[in-house]
Write a protein that binds this ligand. Structure first.
Ligand code: NAP
Ligand code: ZN
Ligand code: ZN
Length: 349
């Protein structure tokens, strides 16, 4: 075992502070990564505050990890020391069930091993995330960060990027398609960039008027403020696909009204409450509501390669770890442009 410097919460809803964690020595198929950057996902906040029911504490959040390989186990074939690599939300799964065999490890039938707030597949050893200086991960769950991507801006691709890329691909985002993105935060701004890169006409639906110029700069063709009803009238029936990234309860029926017949609303935002929906919002127009969860390893690598080809990274605010509690408060106020990324060098000082 090795002692690693980290920041985390000792118990639910406590402020984040420094702590020391234990990680395993690399096994033959493991990659040990010196972490350079870690993105701050709204899911980190939901989990550090035990909003999704329970939580494993102490908790070290962080599942948007970019770093350099420090050393590899004897059987590692795909990586070597010095490679720039990433780790997302998954660090292991059973690898033998049907979803795992199909590269859909996020739907592993026996339950996958999350990067933090989870355990290794032994179901006992807690896992700790990327607000730390080093992580040890099986090479099968390690991703290659393509040349040319800024490493700090690439970190949020490991969750915000794949979480929006996957439903865009699943629900046929294409040239000329009309895609609505609800909520312009970490996930939302990646959805705009990715949908635009696939040739779609993107409409951003935001509760913040002040984000219009940014939305257009990120690639949106249209912008609507969701406060008041005007946007819902103007855009009724106009969208093929909606990617809903909102982290708090909101009016799902109203957004369904924006879809054309047989259109799809894909939910990725995960408010910690049940949602209300009228069956008529779906029946009239034969519409669909779907959910989407991050992405499996092959699709995550595909997304990273797509981003390299199109020059896409996240728009970030780089912070030292000492600013993390303040950053959480700003995320909760929808005041992040558009992802906080922790400079992990600040943990080493
Ligand atoms: P974020 O950066 O905080 O963005 C969420 C955005 O939602 C905000 O910027 C804001 O955009 C809008 N919003 C927030 N509160 C709102 C409210 N009360 N009413 C209307 N709009 C509101 O969060 P994120 O990191 O993108 O994550 C978004 C959600 O996705 C979280 O619930 C997170 O846990 C979840 N998530 C899911 C997956 C998955 O696999 N499905 C993966 C990662 C994250 P405007 O200012 O533009 O309105
Ligand atoms: Zn996330
Ligand atoms: Zn499995």
């Amino acid at each position: 075992m090795q002692q690693i410097q980290a920041w985390g919460v000792p118990a639910a809803s406590k402020p984040l502070g420094p702590m020391t964690i234990e990680r395993r020595e690399p096994k033959p198929r493991d990659v040990e990564i010196e972490i350079l950057y870690c993105g701050v996902c709204h899911s980190d906040i939901h989990q550090a505050r035990a909003e999704w029911g329970g939580g494993i504490f102490p908790m070290v959040p962080g599942h948007e990890i970019v770093g350099r390989v420090a050393r590899v186990g004897a059987e590692v074939s795909r990586f070597r020391a010095g490679d720039l690599v990433g780790v997302g939300c998954l660090v292991d799964s059973c690898r033998v069930c049907a979803p795992c065999k199909d590269g859909l490890e996020q739907f592993c039938l026996t339950g996958w091993s999350g990067t933090y707030n989870s355990t290794e597949m032994d179901r006992r050893t807690p896992t700790y995330g990327g607000y730390s200086t080093r992580i040890v991960v099986d090479e099968a769950f390690t991703l290659r960060i393509p040349e040319g991507l800024d490493p700090a801006g690439a970190a949020p691709l490991l969750c915000a990027g794949i979480t929006t890329y996957s439903p865009l691909r699943q629900f046929d985002c294409k040239k000329g398609g009309r895609v609505g993105v609800v909520g312009l935060g970490g996930l939302g701004h990646m959805a705009v960039k990715l949908a635009a890169s696939m040739g779609a006409e993107v409409t951003v639906l935001s509760s913040s008027e002040a984000k219009e110029a940014d939305a257009r700069r990120l690639g949106a063709h249209d912008f609507a403020v969701t406060k008041g009803g005007a946007a819902f009238e103007r855009l009724a029936g106009k969208l093929d696909l909606i990617i809903d990234t909102v982290s708090a309860p909101h009016d799902y029926d109203a957004y369904l009204g924006l879809l054309r017949p047989r259109g799809t609303m894909a939910l990725v935002g995960a408010p910690p409450t049940t949602i209300q929906l009228s069956p008529f919002s779906l029946i009239m127009g034969g519409k669909r509501v779907a959910g989407s969860l991050i992405g499996g390893l092959p699709e995550t690598q595909e997304m990273l390669d797509h981003c390299a080809k199109h020059g896409i990274v996240s728009d970030i605010e780089l912070i030292p770890i000492q600013k993390i509690n303040e950053a959480y408060e700003r995320v909760l106020k929808s005041d992040v442009r558009y992802r906080f990324v922790i400079d992990i060098a600040s943990l080493r000082s």
